[in-house]
Design a protein around this ligand. Structure first.
Ligand code: CU
Length: 123
């Protein structure tokens, strides 16, 4: 009987710990938002991506004409997209705000203008 109580207490402690951990990362179980995007000289299409706080965002990016890159600094993303290839980058929309991204691989005269933004809306 005593042993049963000890193990029950242990079980409750584990459950409590799991709940606390789960609260720390509520967004990890949020819905996945998939957004397809193309990159070409000198634009991302769409160039504005709207998501909600807590979304797990999957950007599926295809480069149509040249090697480009996507640098989304706030999410610690900087990836190259080779011509004709498709990459997937994922992040969790943790905080409301507007987060700019840009092409991070020199692609020509308009490279500096090749930009976009992720807008994370609050509840
Ligand atoms: Cu570029």
């Amino acid at each position: 009987m005593q042993l049963w109580r000890v193990s029950l207490a242990g079980l409750l402690a584990i459950v409590a710990a799991c709940l606390i951990l789960a609260q720390d990362t509520p967004s990890a179980s949020g819905p996945v938002t998939e957004i397809r995007m193309t990159a070409k000289k000198y634009e991302f299409a769409p160039d504005t991506v709207r998501v909600k706080v807590g979304d797990r965002v999957k950007l599926i990016i295809t480069s149509l004409d040249h090697t480009h890159g996507i640098k989304l600094e706030a999410m610690h993303i900087d990836r190259k997209v080779e011509k004709g290839e498709t990459i997937t980058v994922e992040f969790i929309a943790g905080q409301p705000g507007t987060y700019p991204f840009e092409c991070s691989h020199f692609c020509g005269l308009g490279h500096k203008k090749m930009k976009g933004q992720v807008i994370v809306a609050g509840d």
